[in-house]
Design a protein around this ligand. Structure first.
Ligand SMILES: [Zn+2]
Ligand SMILES: [Zn+2]
Length: 128
């Protein structure tokens, strides 16, 4: 747990850590209302900070958020996820060589690679 987090940030992070699936901002709000967070703005503000420090990632295609389980992520900007199409569970994968791969592919197109957000869709072990 980050020591410099505000109360709201801690509550939002704990809610995401407890969840098996990624949560949208309004699902988070529904879960934290009893703990004193009353507006979507408060949730978004907490999420912004948590994303900046790498404690939470946004799954763009699902418009949802997950807590990061990897300590190494804190300094990373690129993310890669496996997304189960049956149960919507999301698994983060840490593959450092993906960045090298994308760097090379980008270079071939005279493109300067900076980061990537990869979402791979399929079926998880439990659902297959
Ligand atoms: Zn992560
Ligand atoms: Zn599944």
């Amino acid at each position: 747990m980050e020591p410099d987090l505000t109360n709201n940030q801690k509550i939002v992070l704990q809610t995401l850590e407890k969840s098996e699936q990624p949560l949208g901002a309004y699902s988070i709000l529904f879960n934290v209302e009893k703990k004193g967070i009353k507006s979507p703005q408060q949730v978004y503000r907490a999420l912004d900070k948590l994303i900046t420090i790498g404690a939470v990632h946004k799954i763009e295609s699902l418009n949802s958020y997950i807590a990061c389980k990897h300590k190494e992520c804190k300094a990373r900007e690129s993310t890669s996820f496996l997304i189960c199409q049956d149960c919507q569970r999301v698994f983060e994968i840490l593959e450092a060589d993906l960045s090298d791969k994308f760097l090379k592919v980008s270079k071939k197109s005279n493109f300067k690679y900076s980061t990537h957000n990869l979402e791979i869709f399929g079926v998880c072990k439990t659902c297959s």
